[in-house]
Design a protein around this ligand. Sequence first.
Ligand code: PLP
Length: 398
Amino acid sequence: MLTAKRFLEIGNSPIVEAMHQVAVLKAAGRDIISLAAGEPDFNTPEHIANAGKEAINAGKTKYTCESGLLALRKAICGKFKRDNNLFYTSEQVIASSGGKQIITNALIATLNPSEEAIIPAPYWTSYPNMVRINYGVPVIVKCSAENNFKLTPKQLEAALTNKTKLLFINSPGNPSGAVYTENELAALGEVVTSHPTLVVLADDVYEHTVYDQKFITPAQINSKLYERTITMNSVSKSYSMTGWRIGFAGGPEDIIQTMHKIQAQTTMHPSTISQHAAIAALTGPQTFVHQAQVIFKERRDLVCSLLNMIDGIECAIPQGAFYAYPSVGRLLGKYTPQGKTLQNDRDVMEYFLNEADVATVYGEAFGLSPYLRISYATSTELLTEACRRIDEACKKLK
Ligand code: PLP
């Protein structure tokens, strides 16, 4: 065994596995509707793509400083000020290759071996393994549908130990779509700041997809929480730029400078071409962001009402992101036409894939069952057809 031991307990990403499965079935000629991927279906806005092309044409294709171009860091500071009323200097921000690398850098920068990171479930599937890869211990706290999939101060307090170092707050949340209110964040903040070493990793990548309430990020709550929070974000979801790989963060200068150090020895900096495109995204017209939010809201309303009409499925209305997280609890124990009993949400996912040609992701992958994650980042026609197929498949269950 030549691989490091900690990788023995680290499996492959269930979302990536679901996407591979879809690709294989499609290649075999099956008409699969995929509601598995967390990716906006729009093209990158033209003015942003053009900024990338212009960078290539102008020869802006060389190394930049490890923390990103100063112009990009200034654009990030401007974005935090404009959208979040947060003030960071250019030494307090960093750009990396996607939000994923920002989170990885933040974990390397903060976690000592065996320190704990609290992860409210349901969570984005990558968090626990990212923590394990970086020698930390994920502490999963299940947040029930009764509390709208949100962490309560009482739960946070109960999870704290003298090894706790990090708390993940992902609002709007993937996969639940839960959005924390100002009061909820303030109450959690009281617990955070009463602990001597707790740092909040605020994952705001779905910031611009919030429907019926105001978006607020933990660092905005008060100066004590600001000093303890790494606010991370990315252009991936907001500007439909998943492939450009630009993420960014603002936070306490010592942590951000450590993240710079890590990046200098690993990837150096995100793609120079993408950095130029990200400057255009963050400083240019924000019309696309608002238009996408309106479209996602229409899709949310459609998919939730169609899902709630299906016997056996119950879907709470998500307040943000572009996922529905319906309970499939009432389908468990039923028999498929092939005589198999549906025992858990993975069985339900597989049944819908095989019987209805609809790909979803099972709740266990997000740490809370029995649910399915349904991405509605696809057209209303496909969403309507997918729900019709799921309904038909449910009707075949005994
Ligand atoms: N955080 C959450 C909650 C996500 O869902 C994702 C992507 O799916 C990311 C972070 C990472 O985004 P990216 O690396 O594309 O910027």
